[in-house]
Structures are given as C-alpha cells and as structure tokens.
Design a protein around this ligand. Structure first.
Ligand code: SF4
Ligand code: SF4
Length: 411
C-alpha cells in the first residue's frame, strides 16, 4: 500500500516508519476472519485492513476524524491479524504510531482525557491501586452489576495477606534472574510472586526484584502517552542494569502483557543513544516464567495434579507478541495436568489492558464467547498467564480462573 506523507509527517521518524510499515499491506483481507472486532461488528473499519486505511488517510491528509478515533480505539491490540497476515504486516507497531498521531490531530473531549489520565496514574502505582481496590471492595454491594464485575473480590486482591507474599529468607543460588513483578498483578491478585514462590527454591533459582523497577511501560504506551511509557522503560533499564552486569541470566515476567512490552524495549528505544544498546540487551534477556519452567525438572515441585480438567487460556500477548501459542499448555502438560479441550480457535477475551474499562460492551461480548469456548469440556478451572485476562474472565466465569503458577507453587 503506497502512502504519500502529508508534509507535516514527511521526514519525521514516525511518519517514515508508518509509511514503511503500511507498504507491507497488500489488501488481501486474509486478516479479517481472525479479527475479533470485525467478527463482532462486520464493519470493515473495525478490521485490520480498514484500520490500516484509516491510518493511511491520517498520514496523507494530516487530519483525523472522530470516526478514525472510534475505530482505532476499538482495536484490542491483540495482534491476531499479524499472525494471520501472509505479508508480514507489523500491525501493532503501525497502530501505536497511528494512535500517537491521532491524539495530536483529534484531541479528545476533556472527560475522555481525564479518564485516560486517571487510568495511567492509578494503574502504574501498585500502592495507590491497592488502596483504590480496597475502597471499591467496600462499595461493591452498592454499585451496578456492570461496575461490580470490574472490582476483583476481596480474596483476589488481598495480596499483602497471602502467605506466599511473605518475604522468604534469602538463600544463595548459583543461578540468578531478575523478575518484573508487574504493578497491576502485585496490587490485584494473590499469585505467588516469583521472588517468594516456593518453586524458586525447589528449582535452585534465585529471583531478584530490583527495588527501583516499576511498571513495564505498557499502560502509558498503549494509551498513546509514548513519552511517559519510554520513561518507564528507561527507569527499569537503570534499575536492572547493575544486576545484568553482575550476570543475571534472564528477566522474568509472570504477566504476558508485561513480557510483550519488555521484548519491544529494543525497538522502542532504538533511537535513544544512551539506552539503545541496553534496551536491546533487556529484550534479549526477557523470558516468560513459563519459558523458564518448561525447561526445568518439574518433579522437584511435587505438584498436586488431581484438580480436575484444566482449561488453558493462552493470552493474545503470549500467542502473538511472544509467539508462544502452545507454551502454557506445554508447561501444564509437562507438570502432569489433565488439559480440557476447547471448541474453537481462541481469539481475544476482551481484556486487552484498559480495553475492558474503555470499551466495556465489546469487551463483555468477547468474554462471553471466550468463556463458552473454554468451558465446553466442563473444566474444573481455567488457567491463564496474564493478570488482566484473569480478572476479566473471573468476573463472569462459573469456575475459578487462576494464574497457572498457582497450580505449581506449593510451599
Ligand atoms: S492480511 Fe496483511 S496484507 Fe492482507 S489485508 Fe490484512 S494486513 Fe493487509
Ligand atoms: S489487533 Fe486484534 S482487534 Fe486490532 S485489528 Fe488486529 S486482530 Fe483486529
């Protein structure tokens, strides 16, 4: 697809990148049948190809309409379309650029901007988020059902009282890895965080949480606050670098949404001379926790596999950004769990970062479809690998939805 850049974008880094990315699209439409929003609305403008045309128009005219904003906002950034595209379209990268330009060309109403600012401010601060959840929990009986579904019940957010979160006595291990705890995960669920989970000691791996590290940058970056997202990344690189120089073997994430952001650090900071090389190193060292455990001898964990059938939910970020579509099922099979069958190819559950808050109607329809697919074989529980998906699915699921590491971690 050829793009004649508007003079304002010609010669700029973002404009030229967007032009090169758009050129990969050959209009074939193979991506349409894999796009959850197109399948939901059947409107071409809610498909990958339609959105590429909208971004092309923005690049050529230098203007974005409210319609462009609507259809780009409706994209889940699930990247199903990338996996389906025979032409190698890097759609997620193009969408990030398009959304960034759109924020300048089509400023949002003050209320929209306020909501987005609030989300970025609260979600990236675990203590503030935990306090907000406590307030929400107290108000749960008095709010609408739709709002109630957005507030995790008490047992899912009381992380600080979970024994698995008590600092364990330090033990020396030959192997050391850095871990990104994840800001939303830390505040909202009681999953055994990697530095403290019993499985670390049993496998002989020392996991380090750098005190100055924080949000991976995904919340800011995907809400088009690119500068704030890049600052999050630089702060994390500074926090991790001394450990990397001391020989940390990997940077481990237990939330695939965060892991997907970490593997993009190298690309996103490529033009920053002070951080480009370090960012590439961080991306190369990034591993999902399941990638680590898949290569370990899990017999050491003495896992109780008699929990009934487990339905596996591989988040979009695991399937398409990390390109590990079978990883979660592989690690659970290796541990000995009975895996439930699902009825169709699993598209997006509708969580998608802040999407479940900002586009709640579409999000709830996609969740219902996903839960139908996951529970077809009557599983005892659903296991996923991303905090947002876990909270979103649990709000409407008839069976427990857990982070998979909860099944493997026994103190
Ligand atoms: S499959 Fe790829 S090349 Fe074909 S329309 Fe979709 S994005 Fe364009
Ligand atoms: S990222 Fe997902 S929702 Fe967005 S266009 Fe691609 S397939 Fe559709």
């Amino acid at each position: 697809m050829h793009v004649e850049l508007h003079p304002r974008f010609a010669g700029t880094g973002e404009g030229e990148s967007a032009r090169a990315l758009t050129a990969a699209c050959v209009h074939c439409g193979f991506c349409l049948s894999t796009c959850p929003t197109y399948l939901d609305t059947r409107d071409e403008r809610d498909s990958p190809r339609g959105r590429i045309y909208l971004i092309k128009h923005l690049l050529e005219s230098g203007a974005a309409s409210a319609q462009t904003q609507l259809h780009l906002d409706r994209c889940l950034t699930c990247r199903n379309c990338e996996t389906a595209c025979p032409s190698g379209m890097q759609y997620g990268e193009l969408l990030d650029i398009g959304r960034g330009l759109m924020e300048h060309e089509a400023p949002r109403p003050a209320v929209d901007r306020g909501v987005r600012w609030m989300l970025r401010f609260v979600l990236t601060r675990p203590r503030l988020l935990a306090a907000a959840l406590r307030v929400g929990q107290a108000l749960r009986p008095f709010v609408t059902e739709q709002l109630r579904q957005k507030i995790p019940p008490r047992q899912m957010r009381d992380a600080e009282h979970n024994p698995a979160h008590s600092p364990a006595p330090a033990r020396a291990h030959e192997r050391s890895m850095l871990v990104l705890e994840g800001c939303v995960q830390r505040a909202a669920t009681p999953i055994p965080m990697p530095p403290r989970g019993a499985y670390c000691d049993k496998l002989g791996i020392g996991l380090i949480s750098a005190p100055q590290a924080g949000c991976c940058g995904a919340v800011n970056y995907h809400l088009a606050a690119h500068d704030a997202g890049l600052d999050d990344m630089r702060r994390n690189i500074d926090a991790w670098w001394p450990y990397i120089e001391s020989g940390a073997e990997a940077i481990v994430s237990s939330a695939t949404g965060c892991g997907a952001m970490l593997v993009d650090y190298g690309r996103l900071l490529a033009d920053d001379p002070a951080y480009a090389e370090k960012a590439r190193r961080v991306s190369a060292l990034t591993r999902d926790l399941a990638q680590i455990l898949l290569h370990e001898d899990l017999r050491a964990l003495a896992v109780d596999t008699q929990v009934g059938k487990v339905a596996v939910h591989p988040p979009c970020t695991m399937q398409h950004a990390l390109q590990q579509p079978t990883l979660l099922e592989d690690v659970l099979r290796k541990a000995g769990f009975d895996i439930a069958t699902t009825v169709e190819k699993l598209l997006c559950c509708g969580s998608a970062g802040t999407y479940s808050i900002l586009q709640s109607d579409t999000s709830e329809r996609l969740r219902a479809t996903m839960l139908n697919a996951l529970t077809h074989d009557r599983p005892a529980l659903i296991a996923t690998a991303n905090i947002g998906c876990q909270l979103h699915l649990q709000a409407a699921a008839a069976v427990p939805v857990v982070h998979w590491i909860e099944l493997l971690d026994k103190p």
